[in-house]
Design a protein around this ligand. Structure first.
Ligand SMILES: Cc1cc2nc3c(=O)[nH]c(=O)nc-3n(C[C@H](O)[C@H](O)[C@H](O)COP(=O)(O)OP(=O)(O)OC[C@H]3O[C@@H](n4cnc5c(N)ncnc54)[C@H](O)[C@@H]3O)c2cc1C
Length: 245
């Protein structure tokens, strides 16, 4: 972390958020079912997010856009969803907005629903499988704790896709070569025509005050031998303590 409570991104690799990859797969399935459809990948981040756009193109997306500007830095979910919703409005006529349920680092699952609210779109969260789509509606199954629900929403709509959805298809070899050096479209803050007071740190009411690293002390750990008896005893204790089971 940086001293101001933001993530030190320079120290971290840029990866494709796993649930966003699942959303890309569902978007590509929609395209297969509907035919004349453009899949546009949009991400907010520093310019090195270009690798994510190139990967999306090699997996089958048609177009990629990064909104990148130091004025977006420090955004919490509120400011992030605002910036994304401005960019989606600039893209224009959008029938479906699809994203992963949550980011692997942030873990809040707030950005998708907040984008839907800002764009005044009906939303389906926790989508697992595309059942049907036509020009007027989308039907998906939702993965819930205690079962599966099938829901339909009129288009335009926003769908967030959960980890149990289908894995994304592999990149096509010829598309990998074709897009290896592609420079995606990059829009800065001015390009998305925002209210600047709602961007970045200015627009983020969430402030991280303090972060503690929890290191388990020796007395809190227990060594278990690699034999059935000791493992069974450990399992019995975990079940009795309601930790598993
Ligand atoms: C324990 C904990 C709990 C939290 N709980 C919540 C919560 O409940 N709700 C909530 O909203 N937030 C929550 N947060 C997130 C917190 O609000 C963010 O950490 C903070 O807003 C800043 O985000 P960051 O550290 O990722 O900063 P940054 O690294 O600045 O990133 C913020 C965003 O800005 C983007 N960005 C950075 N630089 C650029 C650039 N040049 N161009 C374009 N985009 C850029 C990043 O890609 C990212 O999307 C929590 C964080 C922690 C650590």
């Amino acid at each position: 972390m940086n001293a101001d409570g933001t993530v030190n991104r320079a120290a971290l690799p840029a990866i494709f958020n796993p649930e966003d990859l699942k959303a890309l797969e569902m978007a590509l399935q929609v395209k297969e079912q509907l035919g004349d459809t453009e899949v546009v990948v949009l991400t907010m981040g520093p310019e090195r997010a270009a690798t994510i756009i190139r990967e999306s193109l090699s997996r089958g997306a048609d177009r990629g856009i990064i909104i990148s500007d130091a004025r977006f830095a420090g955004s919490d979910t509120l400011a992030t969803s605002y910036a994304l919703s401005c960019a989606i409005s600039k893209i224009g006529q959008v029938d479906l907005v699809m994203g992963g349920r949550q980011a692997i680092d942030g873990d809040t699952a707030q950005v998708g629903p907040q984008v839907a609210e800002k764009l005044n779109l009906p939303q389906i969260t926790y989508a697992e499988r595309l059942v049907a789509v036509d020009g007027k509606s989308i039907t998906v199954t939702r993965r819930l704790d205690n079962g599966v629900e099938t829901v339909q929403a009129p288009l335009p709509a926003l769908v967030t896709v959960t980890a149990s959805a289908a894995d994304c298809r592999y990149p096509h070899a010829h598309r990998l070569l074709r897009f290896a050096k592609t420079r995606p479209e990059i829009w800065n803050a001015d390009d998305v025509n925002p209210d600047f007071s709602r961007l970045g740190k200015n627009g983020s009411p969430t402030k991280v005050k303090k972060i503690d690293n929890v290191v388990l002390a020796h007395k809190e750990s227990q060594r278990v031998g690699d034999n059935k008896e000791e493992l069974n005893a450990l399992m019995a204790t975990l079940v009795a303590d309601h930790i598993v089971g």
